[in-house]
Design a protein around this ligand. Structure first.
Ligand SMILES: Nc1ncnc2c1ncn2[C@@H]1O[C@H](COP(=O)(O)OP(=O)(O)OP(=O)(O)O)[C@@H](O)[C@H]1O
Ligand SMILES: [Mg+2]
Length: 281
């Protein structure tokens, strides 16, 4: 039999490396006062939109903020901030996040891909490993708050975040008003509860649409599911955000809507204040 040229790592050494990594994660996370994960059982409901605007809102209020994109297969945060063509600076001590505006640093796998459009084709353990490396090797420095944007569902990425980020303040759950979204979000809330992590609250996104021509309100996806779920699952309800063409357009152009003075940003700031109050308590 041909002997392998690869250096085999013994089980013992592997255990030691994992313990070492755990210690580094706890140390790095200890430098961050507040950690918030944005999640949903459902895809496309606005998690990344909420995460980006939440992080920018914190930065605008002088919080030293980090935004970590753990959506490895669909990293949308760089595009939503208009920085998708930038890459990370190398440092011998670790990975340096990208400063995208005053008080806001961002990390995403998108910054590490060889070219735009390169897919990540990884199975569970590789994804878990990558996220734990994000947590252990990234030099955020002293942060007031870290916002973590997750892919949909209850799979490897959100589970790794929930189990590895020490002293997570809690999870913001995003839903849309359709029954199917509600069912998936219920599962996600129950997973977070099982892990004894607080739910900061539920946001209902894409809740109603006002026609710009006739000004009539049309409930495209329905309305009220977020509040109903929050009551049923006994978790806080943070508020709703309507469907708005501007939100999608701004997001496509890399401009978070919170930077504009609009009804939408006022609504979001209301939700932001509730989140700010909850994490300060
Ligand atoms: N309130 C809104 N009004 C209009 N468009 C919105 C609104 N919220 C989000 N969008 C748009 O909907 C699309 C999906 O939003 P987003 O990417 O934030 O969802 P997501 O839950 O992060 O998706 P994924 O599950 O793929 O990560 C984006 O194009 C975004 O700009
Ligand atoms: Mg997303």
């Amino acid at each position: 039999m041909k002997s392998s040229t690869k250096k085999e790592i013994s089980e013992e050494e592997q255990k030691k490396l994992l313990i070492q990594q755990e210690i580094t994660i706890v140390k790095r996370m200890g430098n961050i006062d507040h950690k918030i994960a944005v999640m949903s059982g459902k895809g496309g409901v606005g998690k990344s939109t909420v995460a980006v605007n939440l992080a920018v809102a914190f930065a605008l209020k002088d919080y030293k903020t980090g935004l970590m994109d753990v959506d490895l297969h669909g990293p949308d945060i760089p595009h939503m901030l208009g920085v998708e063509n930038l890459s990370l600076d190398q440092s011998p001590e670790g990975i340096l996040p990208l400063e995208v505006r005053e008080n806001l640093e961002v990390l995403s796998i998108e910054f590490m891909l060889p070219s735009k459009g390169s897919p990540i084709i990884w199975r569970g353990p590789q994804k878990t490993g990558a996220i734990r490396q994000f947590l252990s090797d990234v030099i955020w420095g002293k942060l007031d708050v870290l916002v973590i944007d997750n892919p949909p569902g209850t799979g490897d990425e959100p589970l790794t975040v929930l189990q590895s980020v020490s002293q997570l303040d809690g999870v913001i759950m995003v839903t849309t008003p359709q029954a199917v979204a509600g069912e998936d979000v219920r599962k996600c809330v129950n997973m977070v509860k099982k892990l004894n992590i607080p739910i900061i609250g539920i946001i209902e996104n894409m809740s109603g649409f006002t026609c710009p021509h006739c000004k009539q309100e049309i409930d495209i996806f329905g309305k009220g599911k977020g509040k109903e779920l929050a009551e049923e699952l006994e978790v806080p309800y943070l508020g709703s955000l309507p469907l708005e063409t501007d939100v999608r357009e701004n997001s496509d152009q890399g401009k978070p809507f919170i930077l504009q003075d609009s009804e939408m940003s006022k609504k979001f700031l209301d939700i932001f204040s509730k989140i700010e109050n909850k994490i300060q308590k």
